[in-house]
Design a protein around this ligand. Structure first.
Ligand code: NAP
Length: 288
């Protein structure tokens, strides 16, 4: 699924450039420090190249504070050679991520988490939608799961993952029309909430949460959760796991995405698709 998305992105970039459009450029804005985000950026730069995009890092040098972040975003928003901007998150206090994102026009907010993009999704006119939400839907569709009318359980309601995913599934049209149940940490009976669901998409970040005791028999499981846990086979080392107990669900769920290597790679490829979408909107309007 990820390879197909990257091939589509490359083809779209080739067609636009042949029409005389600028090469799409994705910029990242982050603190100039070794954080989990810096490892993520190295991967993004590689995948951006595979999708035919230019990638430029914009580390915040001293002072790395809110005014510097907002000034950098305002400059990138006004730069016609830049088509998409990734902003480090989570950022520690006193940074205000959402306030900073207001400096970006919605086309350039490729993470789709700025209030304009979330509002557009809520109103049924999405522009940039969080890549992880689009990736979960793309995985279901690529495996022949028709969404219309089906019962889908979303576990998690964060404004960056669970909530936009639930809204996307509710939209009219082929990536939506589902009947959606949203569960969260205050849901007293998760099994009861998910009963009768044809698919469960878990975005809780709680290893082992999805077991036979909560997943309906025969449901498709899309595991968005990603947590670092101690690796029992390598003392002192850690490994990434999802929310699903895949061993327990073997022979019970109809299908289940692995972690790592499931939703993650499709999300990164989808982020490039978002960057291409923003580029097409901006260059198609004359690069303004
Ligand atoms: P988050 O802000 O911590 O939100 C977690 C959500 O799960 C919250 O809504 C929380 O409920 C709910 N939750 C927690 N424990 C629960 C439980 N026992 N039962 C039911 N619901 C529970 O995390 P996030 O940013 O949304 O990310 C969710 C997960 O997705 C994380 O593991 C993250 O690493 C992963 N992720 C993966 C990708 C990818 O590419 N694969 C991309 C983005 C995120 P409350 O609202 O009540 O607190």
């Amino acid at each position: 699924v990820a390879d197909a998305l990257l091939a589509q992105a490359r083809a779209a970039v080739g067609a636009g450039v042949a029409r005389g459009w600028r090469v799409p450029r994705l910029a990242s804005v982050h603190r100039d420090a070794a954080t989990p985000f810096s490892a993520y950026l190295r991967q993004q730069a590689k995948i951006a190249a595979a999708a035919g995009l230019e990638f430029r890092a914009h580390p915040l040098t001293s002072p790395a504070d809110q005014p510097a972040l907002e000034a950098t975003l305002a400059a990138l928003d006004g730069d016609r050679a830049v088509h998409g901007v990734l902003v480090e998150h989570p950022l520690p206090p006193p940074f205000d991520f959402h306030r900073a994102l207001r400096r970006l026009r919605p086309e350039k907010d490729v993470d789709g988490v700025g209030w304009q993009n979330l509002g557009r999704l809520l109103a049924g006119h999405p522009l940039q939608v969080p890549a992880v939400a689009r990736a979960a839907v793309a995985l279901l569709r690529a495996h022949g799961f028709a969404l219309a009318g089906r019962r889908i359980g979303v576990v998690g309601r964060s404004p960056t993952v669970g909530l936009p995913l639930a809204l996307l599934l509710l939209l009219r049209g082929e990536s939506g029309d589902a009947t959606v149940t949203v569960a969260h940490s205050r849901t007293p009976d998760l099994a009861g909430a998910l009963a009768g669901c044809d698919a469960v998409i878990s975005c809780a970040g709680r290893p082992g949460l999805l077991r036979r005791s909560v997943v309906p028999r025969g449901a498709v499981v899309i595991d968005v959760g990603l947590s670092s846990v101690a690796d029992p086979e390598r003392p002192g080392a850690s490994r990434m796991v999802g929310d699903a107990d895949a061993e327990d669900l073997e022979g019970w769920a109809a299908a289940i995405t692995p972690v790592p290597g499931g939703v993650g790679p499709v999300t990164v490829a989808m982020l490039m698709a978002n960057a291409v979408l923003g580029w097409e909107a901006l260059e198609g309007a004359g690069g303004t």
